[in-house]
Design a protein around this ligand. Structure first.
Ligand code: SF4
Length: 218
């Protein structure tokens, strides 16, 4: 996609997708940066409802990095059991709490660079924390956003992190606050993983995949 097409693509999404709504994906009930970090760490390969249950259970045991760092790893693992991979995640949570205390006096930093230097925090988690807990406009690249970006040619990348860099650089400022929500909603309703609804897709005019498959079928 060239710049003009990127602009038109986002205009289409802005008209076709609801954007940030009460049902839009994201930890809107967790503006606390520490809680958002813990929720992100629990969320890997976990359903939203299981992540929420795990986070709630852990916060019943401890609500601050200091108190969480004093918990035995077995207690953390037991609390977050609903989200799966709980032993590894519990170790990461403990390491994260200790690093937060040692490097940042227990306060979650508000830059991507500092966040990504903390144990267990990757690019996607860092962007979610920036956007949802600190209100800094960015675009977290999850599986839906990654698929849409690569199929359409909006921000191709061999990894989610590379796509995230390109996407951030290419997204016009006016679209930045809502882009994360539009792209996820679009990926779930039209540009689905198994059977994208290309003929009904409002953005097919600008889509690389659609152009190529249309040309191949002629
Ligand atoms: S035309 Fe098809 S592949 Fe392209 S964005 Fe739309 S649904 Fe996705």
């Amino acid at each position: 996609m060239n710049d003009r097409e990127v602009e038109a693509f986002y205009r289409t999404l802005s008209e076709a997708m609801p954007g940030r709504t009460a049902t839009a994906k994201g930890p809107k009930d967790q503006p606390n940066p520490f809680r958002t970090c813990i929720s992100c760490m629990c969320s890997a390969q976990s359903l939203d409802r299981n992540t929420a249950a795990a986070t709630r259970a852990l916060f019943r045991l401890a609500r601050t990095p200091q108190s969480m760092a004093r918990l035995p790893v077995e207690s953390i693992a037991g609390a977050i059991r609903p989200c799966g991979l709980y032993n590894r995640k519990a170790q990461n949570i403990l390491a994260f709490c200790n690093a937060l205390i040692q490097r940042h006096e227990g306060r979650v930093p508000n830059t991507r660079e500092a966040l990504m230097q903390l144990p267990g925090i990757g690019r996607k988690c860092a962007d979610i924390v920036l956007q949802f807990a600190f209100g800094i406009d960015t675009i977290a690249v999850d599986t839906h956003v990654y698929r849409v970006c690569n199929r359409t040619g909006l921000a191709p990348g061999t990894t989610a992190d590379k796509t995230a860099d390109t996407l951030l650089a290419r997204t016009p400022g006016w679209a930045l606050p809502q882009a994360h929500f539009w792209l996820i909603q679009f990926g779930k309703t039209y540009c689905t993983a198994r059977a994208p609804r290309c003929e009904a897709c409002p953005a097919n005019t600008w889509c690389r995949y659609y152009r190529q498959s249309s040309a191949a079928s002629k």
